[in-house]
Design a protein around this ligand. Sequence first.
Ligand code: SAM
Length: 280
Amino acid sequence: MSAIDSLPPLREVIATHQLSARKSLGQNFLLDLNLTAKIARQAGDLSDCDVLEIGPGPGGLTRGLLAEGARRVLAVEKDSRCLPALQEIADAYPGRFEVINGDALEIDPLEHLTPPIRIAANLPYNVGTELLVRWLTPKDWPPFWQSLTLMFQREVAERIVAQPGSKAYGRLALLAQWRADARIVLSLPPGAFTPPPKVSSAVVHLDALPEPRFPADAAILSRVVAAAFNQRRKMLRASLKGVSPAIEDHLNAAGIPPTERAEQVSLEAFCALARELATA
Ligand code: SAM
């Protein structure tokens, strides 16, 4: 018996189903069910929500989400070796857990979910960042999800919550903070995972804002931020030259000194610049 449900401990599940971790799939498993329940609690009140979980693996976080009372969990897992172990969870929680075997970057699980929807995942770093960017840049806002609770390498988590003036501040921080509240809610040492990764990890929780924090056109803002941080050491009047020939005038109109560097410019100021450029 494990601490949170009547299913076998995860080490036993892994041994029974021979789930040796595969590096190519970024498999670093969480085997402590008290820890996975703690991560699940960071996702908020799940009792009236469908939860989309990406990469359940042997099901540690899945079991945490279900034990914490998620109305329903839909999981997308690329590694078909995990399916029998996940089926045992489905049997223990009838009608509350479903798995799609596929690549989260390719399939659209939306048709299987009923709002409100929260997303929770412990994913390989590259897939996690790509999905985060997708979830933060839909055509319409608010998005289909209410919150995201995601594990990242500590360094990536810091880039998501970074403030102006810090080295970590850049596109990811601006993207995340423009339309969501983002905070680091848990830090985990490499030893929390099996096998342990090389670096520390952190869980970031993002709540979708009902509307963007400051008005701006998404495409213009994205273009400005990309250009500004592609050459982050340059003054904005140089790095943004390609955005508009009259960039110095626009920067001045937005209240940003043209000699400023991207790293020093707040989200509010970038949005003001995007609005100036929209009227040009
Ligand atoms: N959630 C489990 C846990 O916390 O122990 C497993 C975490 S492990 C870091 C990442 C999981 O994501 C693995 O099970 C892996 O097979 C799966 N995965 C990797 N790439 C994926 C993708 N593109 N789509 C869906 N699942 C993926």
